[in-house]
Design a binder for this molecule. Structure first.
Ligand code: ACO
Length: 330
């Protein structure tokens, strides 16, 4: 009996209009365009300025675009998964808000928290609902309003992140294309290398946590950089080897956009030339769970039916992984 596969049948996105360039950052902190570009590859990032809008709004806009593109009504959805570390509220989940905003009245919805690997984890989760036959149409969203947890007095983190959302619709594949394989890893990080210290049940919000700026992302950049470079490169090579893929077989690498140097190291390890690597970090910075679907959106007109694509990510947790998909859209 042939095992069912899930394939991506449309991609949507949302990016806030406001562009925060490196030159804007130069005006508010001790940094410069040259340092940011050479250390990270980032030139500008988008910031959601509207105070009444947050992650769910961006996710819903990306979802609406994906549904319209596929000609699928929101009522047809069985499941909505939102990967995010910046939900509008601790609860209800951002996915519940998205479900309401798009009118997916027949879908159940939940958030998935795996930081920058969130979209990859959510894609494999959503695919399994299709493969098992328990769902016919699954919406997977990666959305983060990183500007809501960034300390613009900390030059080591604020330069890296931007806001945005991407969404894909998953449906059953009948032609052998779709989600083929994944490898996911987790290494629980109790050393606080990449954390938001307060706001959860361990350190609920208080005057002290606000005064001590503990509601922002803090990280040991060098440790994260080393772990991310090794993790993403190793797992990308591992999924190629597991599926007997040579560099010639791989049409595209879709890497999480954290740092151009991490992306280059991953592509080198896989033996891929730079023309096979999706890179938009220069325009959007690190949008956490949104980087991979935003790449798919930017490149979708260049993807061919049957293309072998490797998606790879590393993020807080630590979480990391890679997925192998055969592109199913025509
Ligand atoms: N502008 C100017 N100088 C800066 C800035 C800045 N924005 N930030 C740090 N510096 C200075 C440092 O103070 C240091 O100065 P010193 O030598 O006088 O002490 C110098 O630049 C070098 O600092 P490093 O931390 O060694 O710089 P590095 O080359 O490691 O780059 C960076 C820092 C970009 C943060 C890098 O470590 C990195 O990308 N780490 C990964 C972090 C990451 O991506 N986190 C996101 C979440 S996880 C993920 O998505 C994979």
């Amino acid at each position: 009996m042939e095992v069912k596969k899930a394939k991506i049948t449309s991609v949507g996105h949302y990016l806030p209009e406001f562009r925060m360039t490196n030159f804007e950052l130069e005006k508010i902190m001790d940094t410069n365009d040259e340092w940011i570009r050479t250390r990270t590859g980032i030139e500008e990032r988008r910031i959601l300025k509207d105070e009444d809008k947050a992650t769910a709004f961006m996710g819903a806009e990306a979802a609406k675009e994906a549904l319209a593109d596929a000609g699928v009504a929101a009522e047809e959805l069985d499941l909505v998964i939102v990967a995010t570390v910046t939900p509008d509220y601790l609860f209800p989940a951002a996915a519940c808000l998205v479900q309401n905003m798009i009118g997916a009245t027949n879908a159940f919805a939940f958030d998935l928290s795996a930081a920058c690997s969130g979209f990859l984890y959510a894609l494999s989760t959503g695919s399994m609902y299709i493969e098992s036959g328990r769902a016919k149409k699954v919406l997977v969203v990666g959305a983060d309003k990183m500007s809501s947890i960034i300390d613009y007095e900390d030059r080591t983190t604020s330069i890296l992140f931007g806001d945005g959302a991407g969404a894909v619709l998953l449906e059953e594949s009948t032609d052998g294309t779709g989600f083929i394989d994944y490898i996911h890893y987790t290494e629980g990080d109790t050393n606080c290398s990449l954390y938001q210290h307060a706001g959860g049940s361990r350190n609920p919000a208080s005057h002290e946590t606000v005064e001590n700026r503990q509601h922002f992302v803090t990280q040991d950049g060098r440790t994260v950089f080393k772990k991310a470079t090794m993790g993403m490169a190793d797992v990308s090579l591992e999924i190629m080897q597991k599926n007997n893929l040579s560099p010639e077989d791989v049409a595209w690498l879709v890497p999480h956009q954290a740092n151009l140097r991490i992306i280059d190291a991953t592509a080198n390890r896989m033996g891929l030339s730079s023309d096979k690597v999706m890179i938009n970090i220069n325009k959007y910075g690190n949008t956490t769970a949104a980087t991979i679907p935003l790449c798919l959106y930017d490149w979708k007109s260049r993807l061919n039916h049957g293309d072998n694509i490797i998606l790879a990510a590393f993020g807080g947790g630590f979480t990391w992984g890679a997925s192998y998909i055969k592109w199913g859209m025509k």
